[in-house]
Design a protein around this ligand. Structure first.
Ligand SMILES: Nc1ncnc2c1ncn2[C@@H]1O[C@H](COP(=O)(O)OP(=O)(O)OP(=O)(O)O)[C@@H](O)[C@H]1O
Length: 548
């Protein structure tokens, strides 16, 4: 039996911050602060160019990478060092790779590839990547694709919007479906069979459907049916009929629906070769426990490559921007000697100590909450700008409106903690002439997808939503994220913030809080290793406040 690790639903700050539990924060703090306007944020987001995406002009040579393979394991390449200093961090520590049990076959991983053709992908897939407009792999794709193609189980961790979806889809499509590598006799052997070859699990319908669209983009219109979505909220019998009729090689779905159809004997995944757990730390939560148990027990149980019928031949790929130690523990039991893949880094999971999966950590007591906190480091795109603004509860929505104007933001996601408040916020924004819409799990599937479509095509300027949209949602144009309520911890902050500034674009995150909540912002700064300076919106501009 596989043991699921304990849930990660512990709250760091408490959900509702009752006043009796708040520390004695002086009401005069604001008055005592000497306010000086030191800078104004330029709302110009600029064109999206390769260099703005962070792709270097000069790529390192692959043979050089061979030489410094192990040294790279402790290079905190993406840490925004100046920012860490800016908030008085205790400094950057490195954790050396230890206890490497087996030799790693990762010597040839091109960590900064110039093109997808360097990654060992089949010609047809390369053509489709080109047609879909993908020309240069991101760092995490350069590291993950060759590692998975070599047969390793992996945990992929890299900041939000860095292209983790393609990082696992490309190796799968190299071996599964119509774009896969030709066999030794030069023939492409793709033929429809009863069994599923790859199962991709995501915690929300929106994310599941987004992954399906990414696969379809590469498959092209004629082969679309090679992938099928099995998300909750949609008609189950129609999904079962489609499974029977289309015999897809890849299914993407939410845990509940996949487990349900599998339990009904209508999903044949015993010889499945890939199991992907996207947003794996979320999938570990208590809500998904039973469904995940079934999936892990059944998917890839009778893989053709393994005569003993064990799960060893199933490649397990676990993905998230935030990887707390609970995921490392789970990955060790779910996978077979998995590797941790980050942008420019591949290391054995054994090298990850309970003090955290990334190697820029401060030494800590090792408590569960501190491990979870550390998981949020390196989860944010370095180019994101973070601010906080103090406002009374009744003025928060108006502050949001002024913030949107000040930054001239075109595509805004505003997060609140309670579903019931969303409608009221939308009403207030619309009353002041700002087009807004609510998005939450209580809406039907159709309403959810219509709202998302309107937001993506610019008909809706402000999407007011809850935690449902915090993970995975990919709207390239989103230039501003606003926290109307504080997130429950730094991991939730990271995922919310990551909805903007995707793939190297500019993005701003503004947290609007009440004065007694300021200590939470301070904690977030410390835990995330980023400055979150105070700001005000006056005269139609964002003015940063420098505190003495
Ligand atoms: N090599 C590439 N070139 C251009 N665009 C890319 C490339 N790889 C991915 N993208 C695009 O970048 C966007 C972000 O990718 P993706 O959603 O996979 O990020 P992510 O790391 O999974 O983010 P999150 O952690 O928030 O889920 C997507 O729109 C995707 O199509």
């Amino acid at each position: 039996m596989l043991a699921l690790p304990s849930t990660r639903l512990l709250l760091l700050f408490g959900e509702s911050l009752p006043s009796s539990r708040l520390p004695n924060v002086s009401r005069k703090v604001w008055g005592q602060t000497s306010v000086r306007f030191v800078s104004q944020v330029n709302p110009d987001n600029g064109p999206l160019t390769l260099s703005s995406l962070g792709f270097k002009n000069d790529f390192e040579k692959t043979n050089k990478i061979k030489a410094d393979k192990i040294e790279r394991l402790d290079v905190p390449s993406e840490a925004p060092k100046s920012k860490v200093r800016g908030v008085g961090s205790n400094g950057i520590k490195t954790v050396k790779a230890v206890g490497v049990k087996k030799s790693l076959e990762i010597e040839s991983a091109p960590f900064s590839a110039k093109s997808f053709s360097e990654l060992g992908l089949p010609p047809l897939l390369l053509e489709r990547l080109d047609t879909a407009g993908f020309t240069v792999p991101t760092d995490v794709q350069s590291a993950a694709v060759p590692t998975i193609l070599k047969g390793h189980d992996v945990v992929i961790q890299s900041y939000t919007g860095s292209g983790k979806t393609l990082a696992y889809l490309l190796p799968i499509l190299s071996e599964v479906g119509p774009l896969k590598k030709k066999s030794a006799n030069g023939e492409s052997e793709f033929e429809k069979k009863k069994e599923i070859d790859a199962v991709i699990v995501a915690p929300s319908r929106e994310l599941g459907m987004q992954i399906v669209r990414e696969v379809e983009k590469l498959l092209g219109p004629t082969d679309k049916k090679v992938v099928q979505q099995l998300v909750g909220g949609a008609n189950r019998s129609r999904q079962e009929e489609a499974l029977k009729k289309n015999k897809p090689a890849i299914v993407v779905g939410t845990p509940g629906r996949i487990a349900e159809i599998s339990a009904a004997g209508k999903l044949h995944t015993h010889s499945c070769r890939f199991l992907v757990l996207d947003e794996v730390d979320e999938l570990l939560s208590f809500n998904f426990r039973e469904d995940m148990h079934r999936i892990l027990e059944h998917v890839g149980r009778r893989s053709g490559a393994d005569p003993h019928g064990s799960i060893a031949a199933r490649r397990t790929i676990m993905v998230s921007a935030t990887v707390p130690f609970s995921v490392i523990r789970a990955a060790r039991s779910w996978g077979s000697d998995p590797l941790l893949v980050q942008a420019k880094k591949v290391m054995p999971l054994e090298a990850v100590s309970p003090s955290g999966p990334v190697n820029i950590l401060k030494p800590t007591s090792g408590s569960d909450s501190s491990m979870r906190t550390q998981a949020a480091l390196q989860s944010l795109p370095p180019a994101l700008k973070h601010y906080h603004c103090v406002a009374k509860l009744q003025h928060k929505v108006d502050t949001l409106r002024r913030c949107v104007h000040a930054l001239d933001a075109k595509c805004v996601i505003a997060f609140m903690n309670h579903t019931k408040q969303l409608k009221d916020a939308v009403f207030k924004l619309e009353a002041r002439g700002m087009v807004a819409a609510e998005l939450h799990g209580d809406l039907g599937k159709l309403a959810r997808s219509t709202t998302l479509k309107k937001f993506k095509n610019g008909e809706v300027r402000v999407l007011v939503t809850n935690e449902l949209s915090a993970r995975g949602l990919d709207v390239a144009e989103c230039d501003l994220v606003v926290n109307l309520d504080l997130p429950t911890d730094s991991i939730h902050y990271a995922h919310r913030a990551g909805r903007t500034g995707r793939l190297g674009r500019k993005g701003t995150v503004v947290t609007i809080c009440e004065e007694p909540e300021l200590f939470v912002v301070k904690k977030l700064q410390k835990q995330l290793g980023i400055p979150i300076p105070a700001c005000e919106f006056t005269e139609g501009k964002l003015n940063v406040i420098e505190e003495d």
